[in-house]
Design a protein around this ligand. Sequence first.
Ligand code: SF4
Ligand code: SF4
Length: 192
Amino acid sequence: MPMSATEVRDLSKEFLEHVYAIPEGEKINQCIQCGTCSASCPSAEAMEYGPREIIAALRAGMLDRMFESNTVWLCASCYLCTVRCPAGIPFTDVMYELKRLGVKKGLYAKGTPNAVMARIFVDSVQRYGRNAEMRLIRLFFMKTNPLKGVGMVPLGLKLLKKKRLKFGVKKIKGIEGLRKMLAAVEEEEAQR
Ligand code: SF4
Ligand code: SF4
């Protein structure tokens, strides 16, 4: 369901607060729309909006448009836009903030692969203290493309045979300590 104007305004405000908390984040206001970021970005061709357009949309308060697009989820975190930006804007970190906000608030099209994978990965780390590959693959295909998952079974069996995948997952030692740390980070995030 499309967001109301008030929801978009509140979301934009919350997002900008996070961006301003990033080192050099306030430089987002110094973008000169030169397009160097988009020209440098290896994923720009596949993105619905390139990095330059993202900055323009953010400044125009059109955050909802970002989350309706595939752009955020195609960023490969290569940092080319950041190192080449003449205004020193940490654009890769801005993308990270967009991803965090999108995952936290469920703002992505149903089945968006990267967002689904991020959620399953974080859940595994919270449960076991580590990634659980078999679980990740199983849940990922169930939530995105079950038919494709069936097609991956032969490959999975080969990997199992070669012991590159295994059933089950052991919790790490000291999982309680890790959970406390994660809870503290989440609490700090919530207060930002
Ligand atoms: S390279 Fe920097 S200044 Fe140029 S459009 Fe991109 S973010 Fe703006
Ligand atoms: S960090 Fe992301 S947005 Fe920036 S150039 Fe790399 S892929 Fe593109």
